[in-house]
Design a protein around this ligand. Structure first.
Ligand code: BGC
Length: 369
């Protein structure tokens, strides 16, 4: 919280406001928060990480925080937003389950004078979004693809592509970042795509339109779901010949998908070795990396995102404007943002990046050297 408290302090100084941060965060009196948080599902470890880090940050500062989960249901998400509006919050931090479907909830919040912060995932096709608190998601895909490139030698390496849910704008950003790095290496023969006819048909095109990305993602989506990922990988392996196997390279969009896909590839006798990417530093994936079953993950420090969401909320609560360095087009408007950088993690830097920084305890894992 230190960085944000300093940011907050500067905001307060510049504005010469007598309002304190504590006052700003409260609904009226007591410790009830003027900010409501809606996360997409408890079923994916990523959002449980965010819940934990929000609670840590806010309860440490003395606030009761109510975090609502939409459980992968846009109707429930809208009901969550409406219940927060009814409670009198002034800012809603929302991670949409489905980026476009969340537009109606954001518009309901705006109609009630509530500021809307899109958290991690972009709410699409509406002007009712005030700010986007996010990691640099294109660079997540870049880091994943670069890892595959750095570990490939020669030509003709089998490449299997997987992506997240089409309803999640991030799936497009991750794929775009990965394509930027992989496409030249497909064009020069380093990799050969084995599981997407749409991607193969576009392999000489450096920059894809959203429709082209959607056509590819439609074929390779895990829908952010473990079983979908596993079934798709198994179907791809069944369709592939022995020559398409051997030592393979797998772009997997996140840790849940990575473990599911990795299990399917590991079970195929014609796969001699594989590299597989991920993201989120889920504990189960850190253990997979230690055990040599997943190659890498991308560390998106949720503590930073939570701090950014809180300082952005405070800026609105005291009538200010949060600082932005970028904008993201949500299909309707350019949404201001200040994206946070990410870090590639593999077995060589688990200790320095995750343990030494206090993100995880060494005792969370076995076999860590
Ligand atoms: C997030 C990822 C997460 C995925 C599935 C994406 O929008 O950025 O961190 O793994 O959703 O929940």
């Amino acid at each position: 919280m230190k960085k944000n408290l300093m940011v907050l302090f500067s905001i307060l100084m510049i504005a010469s406001l007598t309002l304190t941060a504590c006052d700003a965060l409260k609904v009226s009196s007591g410790s009830q928060l003027a900010v409501g948080i809606v996360l997409p599902t408890k079923n994916e470890p990523r959002w449980v990480q965010d819940e934990t880090r929000f609670k840590e940050a806010l309860t440490a500062a003395g606030y009761e925080v109510e975090i609502l989960f939409s459980q992968g249901d846009s109707a429930k998400e809208k009901a969550n937003v409406e219940s927060l509006i009814a409670k009198g919050v002034k800012v809603i931090i929302l991670t949409p389950h489905d980026g476009a479907a969340a537009g109606a909830a954001a518009e309901a919040a705006h109609a009630a004078g509530v500021k809307v912060i899109s958290y991690d995932r972009l709410i699409r096709d509406t002007d009712a979004v005030d700010f986007y608190v996010t990691f640099d998601s294109i660079s997540v895909g870049t880091a994943q693809a670069q890892y595959l490139v750095d570990n490939a030698t020669g030509t003709g390496n089998p490449l299997y592509l997987y992506a997240g849910a089409s309803s999640d704008n991030n799936a497009f950003l991750f794929f775009e970042g990965a394509w930027n790095v992989l496409q030249p290496k497909i064009a020069d023969g380093t990799f050969v795509i084995k599981n997407s006819s749409e991607a193969s048909a576009l392999q000489n095109k450096a920059v894809l339109t959203r429709d082209e990305q959607a056509a590819i993602i439609g074929q390779i989506s895990t829908n952010w779901d473990f079983d979908t990922a596993k079934n798709l990988a198994q179907a791809n392996l069944t369709a592939a010949s022995a020559a398409d196997k051997g030592n393979v390279f797998i772009l997997a969009p996140n840790d849940g998908s990575a473990r599911a896909v990795a299990d399917a590839f590991a079970a195929d006798e014609e796969i001699t070795s594989y590299f597989v990417t991920g993201q989120d530093v889920e504990k189960a994936s850190i253990q997979y990396i230690i055990d040599g079953k997943q190659s890498m993950t991308v560390f998106k420090d949720v503590r930073t995102l939570v701090d950014d969401a809180i300082s952005t909320s405070i800026a609105y609560l005291i009538g200010g404007t949060p600082e932005s360095t970028h904008t993201y087009n949500n299909g309707r408007i350019e949404v201001p943002a200040n994206p946070t950088t990410v870090i590639t993690v593999d077995r060589n830097n688990i200790q320095s990046v995750l343990i030494d920084s206090g993100y995880y305890l060494a005792t969370d894992f076995t076999g860590l050297k």
